[in-house]
Design a protein around this ligand. Structure first.
Ligand SMILES: [Zn+2]
Length: 400
């Protein structure tokens, strides 16, 4: 498990200048290594030792960078070339890496951090800079958490954030911790159905509305269409402005909902969260559909990211017919469902359509597990106040 915490560095003007120069030289060093390993035709070298022999002495002389930063530059260049070579193997097109972003890689030898005191010290072309840092607003909660829970420092970077004039340098602190493994022999699963009316519904009976997110988006698309038709410069700027706000709103909403989903999973002692397989986002679909696909994918990613800390696994399952199948008797028919209302033609079971689907999504993983004889086959589906076994036995939660 890896996390990055962004910390704003308090730097004096002189220190900013030094850092600025160091960044410039670091980028130059990365570029020199790439030039050395890159051949437009034929073999490209990303072997670190080979690159080192070819470039180290020269870069030290040219840049005044401390030894360890030269090595970090070599590594960064080597990884970029390697990435390109892998893409080439997959038949993708590549072009020679260009190091344009203002960023330096640091490790234990070149960066020291005193988390409690909120201080750090790092190498530059003029020796070390020791300074304090601030937490950007809203991140306090994470910082506290990472400070406590046995996270270890790993590779970090210092970045210059563009569009910030006063003190634009940030320490992107890399933290790492072993991912807790979930190996429960009879896992409790929670199914999640994704949709427009309800963005997410869990088999434990939690509903997360999609109204705010999707309706707001529709209105935004409408206004954007009108502004685009105007075609003026000010209309274009307004669109740009609105898009920024819209995207932040969407991400915030998805973060908030994912947090509540994970909270629910923790409270219900869930071992595995099940989503439906999401289709690839295709090019030839409407903007609305593209946004929906994006939102579903993001929500799933956020849930996965947040739940791994608790040792909760995230899986996906083929969603075919999960909205037409009766979660009580298994009868599957189009006629079972009338928009948000589900009523089984066979057994009369009635429920919200999405809630019914979420139970099918969870249960399918257990049934698939029985076919493949994985540990999922001994699983149980978490419902509102109890668990359901695949043989239909229901065990209510004992109230304590
Ligand atoms: Zn039924």
């Amino acid at each position: 498990m890896r996390r990055t915490v962004k910390l704003k560095l308090d730097l004096k003007e002189e220190e900013r200048k030094t850092l600025e120069k160091t960044i410039k030289k670091f980028k130059k060093a990365c570029q020199s290594v790439v030039e050395s390993g890159w051949k437009e035709e034929g073999l490209k070298t990303y072997h670190k030792n080979k690159l080192h022999k070819k470039t180290y002495t020269q870069i030290r002389e040219e840049t005044d960078l401390p030894s360890n930063l030269v090595i970090r530059a070599r590594d960064r260049a080597s990884e970029s070339i390697k990435g390109c070579v892998e893409k080439l193997k997959n038949g993708e097109k590549v072009s020679k890496p260009e190091f344009t972003s203002d960023s330096i890689a640091y490790d234990k030898r070149t960066l020291t951090v005193w988390l409690d005191e909120m201080k750090c010290s790092f190498s530059t072309i003029n020796g070390r800079i020791k300074t304090t840092f601030e937490l950007p607003e809203g991140l306090n909660e994470y910082y506290e958490k990472y400070l406590k829970d046995g996270w270890k420092l790993t590779q970090s970077t210092i970045e210059k954030h563009r569009y910030e004039d006063d003190n634009p340098f940030y320490l992107h602190l890399g933290l790492e911790k072993e991912t807790p493994k979930n190996s429960s022999p009879n896992p409790t699963v929670m199914g999640i159905d994704l949709g427009i009316e309800n963005l997410a519904v869990t088999s434990t009976g939690k509903f997360f509305s999609g109204t705010e997110l999707f309706h707001k988006r529709e209105r935004f698309e409408e206004i954007r269409g009108k502004l685009q038709a105007k075609g003026t410069r000010s209309a274009h700027l307004t669109i740009k402005d609105m898009s920024g706000r819209e995207n932040r709103f969407a991400r915030d909403t998805l973060h908030r909902i994912s947090k509540r989903i994970v909270q629910e999973a923790v409270e219900k002692n869930i071992d595995v969260i099940i989503f439906e397989n999401l289709e690839e986002i295709r090019e030839n679909i409407s903007n609305d559909k593209k946004f929906q696909s994006w939102a579903f994918r993001k929500l799933k990613d956020f849930v996965e990211y947040k739940s791994e800390e608790y040792g909760i696994e995230t899986r996906t399952v083929n969603p075919e017919h999960t909205s037409q199948r009766c979660s009580r008797c298994g009868h599957t028919s189009r006629g079972n469902r009338d928009k948000q209302h589900f009523e089984c033609e066979e057994c009369g079971y009635e429920a919200d359509s999405d809630y019914n689907a979420s139970k099918n999504i969870g249960m399918r993983t257990i049934l698939d597990g029985q076919k493949s004889q994985s540990r999922m086959s001994n699983g149980q589906l978490a419902l509102k106040s109890g668990v359901l076994k695949p043989n239909g036995n229901y065990f209510p939660t004992r109230e304590s």
